[in-house]
Design a protein around this ligand. Structure first.
Ligand code: HC0
Ligand code: SF4
Length: 558
């Protein structure tokens, strides 16, 4: 075994990539702006410097641990050094913290507090805000940027989009789209992953809470709401619960107190998607098709990515609307019976859903089926604003007439969930053992690329599950080179919706807990298969009669 000394204590080296990982493992919160374990090491912020036994300073993020090495993480020299960096950053940074969208979540604010910065020795040279709110998903203010490059590496390395990059040199350096075009005119797909890793308020999720409050305050408006699967396991930590704890009952109670008239679960919409998407897959299998696979269509950032980068694949993307849009079409249809104006809100872990809601394909007479999408973060904001003590709420149940859902719909929120739900539907073995065995077929887990094979009759069905758009494009390249799959699930965010751009940022381990939270929620559902949801039958015999294509499917115009 190999050891090194950290602050006088011997520590075992266990395959850690860099000193930073090892230091954090022993319980020291070494500060960084630009380090994310899933991104390449940039080493630009210099906050993670440590002092070696020879008195030299090294960046912990880019130094591998060596046996016998001795380092200190907290010396007078290091404290001075870190304070200096923070003061320099603050010197040309906007300091209107109280009105910043990222107030309370900003790393710069947090580290300034931690390192007890009480004044900045240099004059403030911050430029006026430079806001780009052209995207329905994210808002950028490059003048709040500290040039850590996290967003650039996320957009390039993990999402393979490359919408933003460093531009200019020296003091003029900035993060920009090409030709400084508005982000909406760039290749951006609105996944929001750049906002997830941005340490300051330079990239934040678009805020639609004001519109929702306005609708709630209007007595002549009936406000319905649907809550996505991943939200229930994503917001609790910020409101006094633990990572991955299923807070659905409390969310329902909170929304009711805020004044929402009818509260539903997007998992019900997901049940509809399972039925429709399974039909598409079965048709394909029965026709013996061996060409391109059927790609899932429920992730709007993936659909956008496909439109922009692989338009030739669009005919192979399922025509199913996403669960949010299927459900919204039905809820809006039902709301026609109300004498009040109907507004439908969706609470999503996702920033791309904000864009999806604005698409012309999902408007009826110019009015969107989903009027407003708010993210998990915005819901947390609204709960805090309303003064509700979330942790003390008694859980409540969702409303009728659309209040029945299944475990299959709940697991949609984690990578592999859509596939598992579809497999439950198409499997011929309907026993409990059969159901449970699907979970062990390689569909679960946070890996970015998973593969499984099942038998349908005597045909082998090859399935791939990818999350993160770089993984999607790598898979597409393999398919183009001749590799065969029948079904491909794509989620743009690594790990699926539980790690959506609208969820509070958490480290990898907490994301695993969120996934586990959804699988536990599935266990608690008394119905596990979408086709056994009794509501489905009444929808197909009622609102959906003769209108399945009109309300549940879509052909993207672009
Ligand atoms: Fe998802 Fe969905 S699972 S995309 O990640 O399919 O946002 O949670 O609501 O629509 O159900 C997000 C999450 C959804 C949809 C569902 C799908
Ligand atoms: Fe890139 Fe996604 Fe950010 Fe757009 S939202 S700039 S695609 S990371």
């Amino acid at each position: 075994k190999e050891y090194m000394i950290i602050d006088g204590i011997p520590v075992e080296i266990n395959g850690e990539k860099n000193l930073l990982e090892l230091i954090r493992k022993v319980g020291i919160k070494l500060p960084t702006f630009c380090y994310h374990s899933e991104l390449s090491v940039y080493g630009a912020c210099r906050m993670c410097m440590v002092e070696t036994e020879r008195g030299s300073l090294e960046a912990a993020c880019s130094t591998p641990p060596r046996a016998g090495m001795e380092i200190k993480t907290n010396t007078e020299r290091l404290r001075k050094y870190r304070k200096n960096i923070l003061e320099l950053l603050l010197a040309n940074h906007c300091r209107d913290c109280t009105t910043c969208n990222n107030n309370g979540k900003c790393k710069l604010q947090d580290l300034a507090m931690r390192f007890n910065i009480q004044n900045v020795r240099f004059p403030n040279t911050a430029a006026e805000p430079k806001v780009d709110d052209s995207s329905p998903s994210i808002t950028r203010d490059t003048n709040k940027c500290i040039l850590c490059g996290d967003c650039v590496r996320m957009c390039n390395e993990i999402q393979n989009v490359g919408a933003i990059d460093f531009a200019h040199r020296g003091s003029k350096m900035t993060i920009s789209t090409s030709f400084d075009a508005p982000i909406a005119q760039s290749p951006c797909v609105g996944c929001g992953q750049c906002a997830v890793v941005c340490p300051t308020g330079a990239i934040v999720v678009k805020d639609n809470t004001a519109e929702v409050w306005k609708a709630l305050d209007d007595k002549n408006t009936k406000v319905t709401v649907q809550i996505a699967p991943a939200v229930r396991v994503g917001l609790g930590k910020e409101l006094g619960l633990s990572d991955g704890e299923n807070a659905m009952g409390k969310i329902v109670a909170a929304l009711r107190r805020m004044g929402f008239d009818e509260i539903y679960d997007t998992s019900t919409g997901a049940d509809l998607t399972v039925l429709e998407e399974s039909n598409e897959l079965l048709k394909r299998l029965e026709e013996g098709k061996q060409d391109m696979p059927l790609f899932t269509s429920c992730c709007p950032a993936w659909v956008r990515y496909c439109e922009k980068n692989y338009p030739e694949l669009l005919p192979h993307v399922s025509t199913c609307r996403s669960p949010m849009q299927m459900f919204a079409a039905i809820i809006k249809e039902e709301s026609k019976n109300s004498s009040r104006k109907a507004v439908h809100v969706a609470v999503m872990p996702c920033t791309a859903k904000k864009f999806e809601a604005t698409r012309d394909e999902f408007k009826v007479n110019g009015i969107p089926n989903v009027d407003y999408v708010i993210t998990t973060q915005e819901l947390i904001q609204m709960i805090k604003e309303s003064g509700i003590v979330f942790s003390e709420l008694e859980p409540e149940s969702i409303d009728m007439p659309f209040g029945t859902m299944t475990g299959a719909g709940v697991i949609f929120g984690v990578t592999g969930g859509v596939t598992e739900a579809v497999l439950r539907r198409i499997a011929s073995d309907k026993s409990n053992t059969g159901l449970m065995s699907i979970a062990y077929k390689g569909v679960r887990g946070m890996e970015g690329v998973k593969e499984t094979t099942i038998m349908y009759g005597d045909r082998e069905v090859r399935i791939a599950i990818v999350s993160g758009l770089k993984n999607a494009s790598d898979l597409i390249e393999r398919i183009k080179e001749g590799e065969h799959y029948d079904f491909v699930e794509v989620m743009a965010c690594p790990g699926g919706c539980i790690n959506g751009g609208g969820q509070p940022f958490v480290p990898y381990e907490a994301r695993v807990m969120r996934g586990k939270g959804l699988y536990s929620a599935d266990k608690l559902c008394n119905i596990k298969r979408s086709e056994e949801n009794p509501l489905m039958m009444s929808l197909y015999n009622g609102i959906l009669k003769g209108r399945v294509h009109e309300l549940l499917h879509v052909e993207y115009a672009s």
